[in-house]
Design a protein around this ligand. Structure first.
Ligand code: ZN
Length: 192
């Protein structure tokens, strides 16, 4: 990684924004947890936030599909992150696509204060459209890391989370029964 934990020890803290994005089952949350745990091992003060909407596994943990987890604080809005991320070195944000429009500005403010901000989220919704604040976050980030699931239909790299059940609701918290990762080619075939 480009941004090292050594920043804290160089005398002057350097803030930055990292984005981890991809479809469902691509390992976004595992990658977020990996970076945050590494920071914790380096004795950095870490705070993790997620939107209250994601109560899939646990109210207070960020949990990946393979059940790795790390303690987190559910918040109602992006403004809460600014209030609660007082004396920390690293801020992690999971399921960023569900946050309000204020999140990019919040991330900028945190990074400008010298905090390393690591954001994970779905890049596209089930229709293949950019999801919420994710495009804006990718634009202002120093580093964007796109992770991929494997297409369940052909084995190529997946790029979108296809919804298996009929619903037009954009926010539908799901598991393998509701979504499957598919590549662009298979997604087009399903749509036609
Ligand atoms: Zn495919």
């Amino acid at each position: 990684m480009i941004y090292s934990e050594r920043n804290r020890f160089s005398g002057q803290r350097r803030g930055s924004i990292e984005v981890i994005c991809g479809s469902m089952f691509s390992g976004k949350t595992e990658e977020l947890i990996r970076r945050l745990k590494r920071a914790e091992f380096a004795k950095l003060r870490v705070e993790i936030f997620k939107p209250v909407i994601d109560a899939r596994y646990s109210e207070f943990d960020v949990v990946s599909h393979n059940r790795t987890k790390i303690r987190s604080t559910p918040v109602e809005s992006s403004g809460n992150i600014l209030l609660m991320a007082g004396d920390v070195d690293v801020v992690g944000i999971d399921e960023a696509q569900f946050f309000d429009e204020g999140l990019p500005e919040v991330c900028n403010q945190l990074a400008n204060q010298g905090i390393r901000v690591i954001v994970a989220g779905l890049d596209m919704d089930f229709r293949g459209l950019p999801f919420g604040v994710m495009p804006a976050l990718c634009a202002i980030a120093e580093d964007v890391y796109k992770v991929h699931a494997i297409c369940v239909r052909c084995g190529a790299l997946a790029y979108v989370s296809h919804r298996l059940i009929a619903s037009d609701k954009r926010v539908l918290i799901g598991e393998t029964t509701e979504y499957e990762p598919v590549c662009r080619h298979c997604f087009l075939e399903i749509a036609n």
